[in-house]
Design a protein around this ligand. Structure first.
Ligand code: ISJ
Length: 398
């Protein structure tokens, strides 16, 4: 059999192979996901023949290897991309295929190499639209409405968001952008997902929603509170205000309330600690559960249903804050603040909240960002916070 290593003499670089695969998927309307997990160097790329819509409450542990892409609105359909073709890149080269799926994918790829043009930049169809919204004034009014609703006792926390539409540079190159995000944001999930009728999304999210390692260890986090990161900042003495401390404590309470619903008491909690997320710092608490000791083999699925959308991206309590956003936010979040990530690849589940992300439109990018609002929020400061959050991607793509 022709292996990738033998055929790839002329087309050896990761960048060229990626360009070929992305072009192939986009030109043929095939779903594709390309990602790198935090603090790792391996990059994975999968191409599906077809995406699937997942049944509500279907256990993710029983899915084949693939990639999940879920919208913010839990009443809408979660999409799943089965790993019909799977490639793994390490140190800028395609790794030798090991699993049967990788071996079949490598054979398919080497077949394609014979006929494919090299050196072509990835092309985007401009067939997706979005309800771009949220100019500065609207957002400030939205935050003020949120604070008034908190004062009126409707909820304790709300996370309004807005979008920003920017022109992409003429020479914008998705593979280069992905590579730059990887080197700049080592502790984020870097992802590019493109699905027919849904669009192409690029992101660098710092927020874990559900991790299940080796079917044994469950992890989630409570992340909130935002400040710009400054070079040389001492993370042990960041001066968080009462507002941010309470805002993060609310998310922590939300996570614990989900454990309580299933009467799970044996969880470890560490934090909150200040962590760096690209150009920002946040407060984060880590939660870990030993699924064997607690006899909870489907804890990943169960907690996913309970957690999403968390108080970090929607509000607290969930129902009243969701109603407020539906009534007042004024645009469709689509997949922003939904979740995404690989499931059952290498025996792990890694789902992240879809933050610091953008949807690619024809020659433009639509960016999304939100900010946690409590009774102590100052609207202009929350607007500033969304600006800094946009910069996570803008610093790299413009
Ligand atoms: C909502 C976003 O981020 C969330 C909100 C945060 C906050 O309010 O401080 C911090 C981290 C995230 O949990 C976003 O990035 O759009």
């Amino acid at each position: 059999m022709n292996t990738v290593t033998s055929v790839s003499a002329e087309i050896s670089s990761e960048t060229e192979i990626l360009n070929l695969l992305l072009n192939h998927a986009l030109e043929n309307d095939l779903p594709i996901a390309f990602w790198r997990l935090p603090n790792t160097s391996t990059r994975y790329l999968i191409i599906s023949q077809e995406y699937r819509s997942l049944e509500k409450n279907s256990p993710i542990e029983e899915l084949p290897a693939g990639f999940m892409f879920a919208p913010f609105d839990r009443d809408r359909t979660t999409l799943f991309l089965p790993a019909d073709f799977i490639f793994r890149f390490e140190n800028n080269v395609l790794t030798s295929p090991e699993t049967p799926a990788e071996i079949a994918s490598a054979a398919w790829l080497s077949q394609k190499f014979r006929t494919w043009p090299v050196g072509k930049r990835v092309y985007f169809k401009g067939n997706t639209t979005s309800s771009a919204a949220g100019n500065g004034t609207d957002f400030i009014q939205l935050v003020q409405k949120g604070v008034a609703a908190i004062e009126a006792g409707k909820f304790e926390k709300i996370v309004p968001s807005r979008t920003k539409l920017v022109d992409l540079p003429d020479d914008f190159d998705i593979v280069k952008a992905f590579e730059n995000l990887c080197s700049k944001y080592t502790n984020a999930l870097i992802s590019f997902v493109s699905i027919p009728n849904t669009g192409s999304w690029l992101g660098a999210t710092p927020e874990v929603l559900v991790t299940v390692e080796d079917k044994t260890i469950f992890k989630t986090v409570a992340l909130a509170g935002t400040m710009p990161y400054q070079e040389g900042m001492n993370l042990r003495s960041v001066a968080w205000t009462q507002k941010e401390i309470e805002e993060q404590a609310l998310v922590e309470r939300y996570v614990i309330s989900c454990f309580k619903k299933i009467r799970l008491r044996e969880y470890d909690e560490h934090g909150p600690k200040t962590i760096v997320a690209g150009n920002l710092v946040h407060l984060k608490s880590d939660f870990t559960v030993d699924m064997k000791a607690t006899n909870f083999p489907l804890l990943g699925s169960v907690m996913l249903q309970l957690l999403h959308p968390t108080a970090a991206v929607c509000g607290m309590p969930l129902e009243s804050s969701m109603d407020f956003l539906k009534a007042h936010e004024g645009y469709d979040r689509e997949f922003y603040a939904g979740y995404l990530g690989p499931v059952n690849v290498d025996n792990n589940i890694h789902l992240f909240v879809n933050l610091r992300c953008m949807k690619m439109l024809d020659g433009k990018a639509l960016l999304f960002a939100g900010a946690g609002v409590t009774i102590d929020s100052v609207a202009e400061k929350e607007w500033e916070e969304t600006e800094v959050k946009f910069n996570t991607l803008l610093n790299v793509i413009l």
